[in-house]
Design a protein around this ligand. Structure first.
Ligand code: AMP
Length: 115
């Protein structure tokens, strides 16, 4: 946990969020600025800056994070219609919150490629 990290604060309950999954190591909550009818963020409760840092520190947790993202998509009834997982990483990747997170997006036709 870092004092200034928004997603650490959500993980510890200090900042409220619309939580859809709460497990010992992982949390999922609805994005405050949804880009699709379903837009959920899945995060490890432990702080890791980004995907590369998480993989270096704990590849097993990275695998669990991806599994949780797939389970969230199923719980949001996206299995049949389809969905997209996005992990923005670093500055060129468009990451704005420096705590690794998976976007689960669905509920409409998503365009490709991204801008
Ligand atoms: P990224 O740009 O990939 O780092 O994504 C960060 C995401 O966090 C954005 O989609 C924001 O809308 C979302 N976000 C920022 N603050 C909050 C919050 N307090 N609760 C839920 N989602 C948030």
């Amino acid at each position: 946990m870092t004092d200034t990290c928004l997603f650490c604060a959500i993980g510890s309950g200090d900042v409220p969020a619309d939580v859809v999954l709460d497990e010992p190591y992982l949390l999922a909550f609805r994005d405050v600025s949804p880009q699709a009818p379903v837009h959920v963020l899945v995060v490890p409760k432990e702080h890791h800056d980004n995907l590369a840092a998480l993989y270096r520190a704990d590849p097993g947790l990275m695998a669990r994070l991806m599994g949780a993202a797939a389970r969230v998509a199923a719980a949001e009834h996206l299995d049949e219609s389809g969905f997209r997982l996005v992990i923005n990483t670093g500055s060129d990747g468009g990451q704005t919150v420096r705590h690794v997170h998976v976007h689960v997006l669905g509920g409409r036709q998503l365009t490709w490629p991204p801008g």
